[in-house]
Ligand binder design. Structure first.
Ligand SMILES: [Zn+2]
Length: 242
């Protein structure tokens, strides 16, 4: 049987088609430290190939059988999603009027695909050399640490929750339950409690990446100011409706 990968690598070698940087490490010998494969090329998703090599695929006239040959065998130990949401809970999640940024962050959290240092380090160790938290130095920045448990981030949560929902005893576990099980805190006057979660999540996310990319220090009090600004919109809207 002919190797179905050969025509692809021939057309890359002759520079007829330029591959996206994403595939570069796949073309390295397995012994290379940056190589992200074991030599079998079994991790290349054929759908990605068909997108990146769209013009080439048309020339190749990829049949269904050869497409299937390019597909890696099913993972015998598929990664479990951390999401325990029922269809009803998903409907509730989609009914929340969240900002686009927060919905994206929350959705990725539910699917264990948030770009925390621990996950990025596992996927691309050549770019993210350590799973360590860049804010507090904790050895493993899990998604939960990133968004809630990090001491600096937790200061943002406590300041915000103490001011807006003081009668609810916020703990890292209760905040995480709000995200993972949609067990939302009681709503303060004039706004829904998920707007508070939305404001904190978006502000923490933005401040964190400004620290990483722009070296802007993560100062919890400043992040709380951003949270309050974003929540002003909801407070003003509710007054207009009164
Ligand atoms: Zn931390």
């Amino acid at each position: 049987m002919s190797n179905p990968h050969k025509p692809i690598f021939r057309i890359v070698d002759t520079h007829i088609q330029v591959i996206h940087p994403f595939f570069a490490s796949l073309c390295l010998p397995p012994s290379h430290p940056s190589a992200s494969h074991d030599g079998s090329y079994g991790t290349v998703d054929p759908m990605h190939l068909s997108i990146s090599f769209a013009s080439f695929i048309r020339q190749l006239k990829l049949s269904r059988r050869s497409f299937r040959l390019l597909c890696p065998p099913p993972d015998p130990n598929p990664r479990q999603s951390v999401s325990r949401l029922s269809p009803r809970q998903w409907n509730f999640f989609w009914s929340l009027t969240l900002s686009t940024s927060t919905r994206n962050i929350w959705f990725r959290l539910l699917h264990n695909s948030l770009s925390s240092a621990s996950i990025l380090h596992a996927i691309i160790p050549s770019f993210v050399a350590s799973p360590e938290c860049r804010l507090c130095g904790h050895s493993n920045q899990t998604p939960e640490h990133f968004l809630v448990e990090c001491p600096l981030v937790w200061q943002v949560w406590t300041m915000t929750m103490h001011r807006l929902i003081p009668h609810w005893r916020a703990q890292p576990s209760t905040i995480l339950r709000a995200f993972y099980a949609l067990a939302l805190p009681p709503s303060p006057p004039h706004i829904d409690s998920y707007h508070v979660l939305d404001g904190v999540l978006a502000a923490v996310w933005k401040a964190y990446w400004r620290t990483i990319f722009d070296d802007v220090p993560f100062v919890p009090a400043n992040v709380v100011v951003s949270v309050n600004k974003s929540l002003q919109f909801f407070f003003q809207s509710s007054h207009l409706l009164d």
